[in-house]
Ligand binder design. Sequence first.
Ligand code: G3P
Length: 215
Amino acid sequence: MKLFLDTANLSEIKEVASWGILDGVTTNPTLCSKENVPFEPLIKDICRIVNGPVSVECISTQAEEIVPEALKLSQLAANIAVKIPVTLEGLKATRILAGSGVKVNMTLVFSPSQALLAAKAGAAFVSPFIGRLDDVSQHGMELVEQILTIYENYQFETEVIVASIRHPGHVVEAALLGADIATVPYGVMEKLVKHPLTDTGIDRFLADWKKVSLK
Ligand code: G3P
């Protein structure tokens, strides 16, 4: 499974890139707004660091405006994927953009029917927001399972990005289901490697090593 970082923060991206496990980045308007720096230079910097797709979201709502905005965004770097919310206007724009070779990540996906239409429109990625479904007492992972089944049934090549991840369990469940990608906030990414028994195990080995005779 590919692991993307869900952030627009350069320090977080550089740190996780140094771990050797970073496959891409996803941003959204909320994440970009937290950085308090000019948008385009920020995205170019992110794209230079990341060796994989960087999702950047369109804010236009009508197809005739989404298409030029997406084309402009896609010219910022070779590894840009344009995020477009899954609406009727978004589908129209996605079909046009996919025909021009632009990678579209259809976002704010909350139902299997939305994911089916996104794939039919030619989206390269689809982003079900599982944490937000869990927040309203629905089962985000069930949506992921349904989307994967539909895509398998018809051999769609659209990759499923499990998004709105809240904890390491979400990442593990996504992997068990065979999702293509999980996009993970920095705090959760750190937790993926941590285990208290690993920490106490290291402490014990280091303490015992001091008792080993080296002569
Ligand atoms: O990047 C999209 C998604 O991951 C947002 O997550 O935590 O705002 O629901 P969240």
